[in-house]
Design a protein around this ligand. Structure first.
Ligand SMILES: [Zn+2]
Length: 162
């Protein structure tokens, strides 16, 4: 027998976080590919930064599609990575006009994202490592887990801190 002392303040509670906006940090990031389509995606493990749920990790990781095609063969939407770049101020390069740096995508009347320099719908490049440790806001919702009746969190929207 070993007499152990553990800390109840580290027992942060099971189950999903209530639906709300949270300040979160991307404490781990992982490049992944879809098993079915090989589409590239980024998995961000989010941890709550502030408030009563501070230090609690959001489960499952937030997975953002970066390109490729869906199972139906349609092109993956990239709105989510644009939204994430705008929320995290990660630098990116426009492959159309060549402008680079920390800039926010702008939206046109159809809510499509455009390069703010050339105002075109273009391809864009970025380093996924740069999302690590970024702090931003995330609107969490809840959904049934994969192959499970248990509720888990999902990220509905992300936004910059201020
Ligand atoms: Zn451009």
């Amino acid at each position: 027998m070993t007499l152990m002392t553990s800390d109840l303040s580290d027992a942060i509670g099971f189950g999903p976080l209530p639906k709300d906006w949270y300040t979160v940090r991307a404490v781990e990031i992982q490049d992944e590919t879809s098993n079915k389509t090989q589409a590239p995606m980024l998995a961000l493990t989010l941890m709550v930064e502030t408030g009563e749920y501070a230090k609690k990790r959001v489960f499952p990781p937030y997975r953002v599609m970066l390109g490729g095609v869906t199972e139906k063969g349609e092109k993956q939407r990239t709105d989510r990575v644009c939204e994430l770049i705008n929320a995290t101020n990660v630098e990116w390069k426009c492959n159309g006009c060549g402008a680079s740096g920390v800039r926010k995508f702008v939206k046109n009347d159809q809510q499509k994202y455009l390069c703010p320099d050339c105002m075109q719908v273009t391809k864009f490049s970025y380093d996924t490592d740069h999302f690590r440790d970024k702090v931003f806001r995330a609107l969490l919702s809840q959904e049934k887990g994969f192959n499970s009746e248990e509720m888990v969190n999902s990220v509905a929207r992300v936004a910059p801190l201020s």
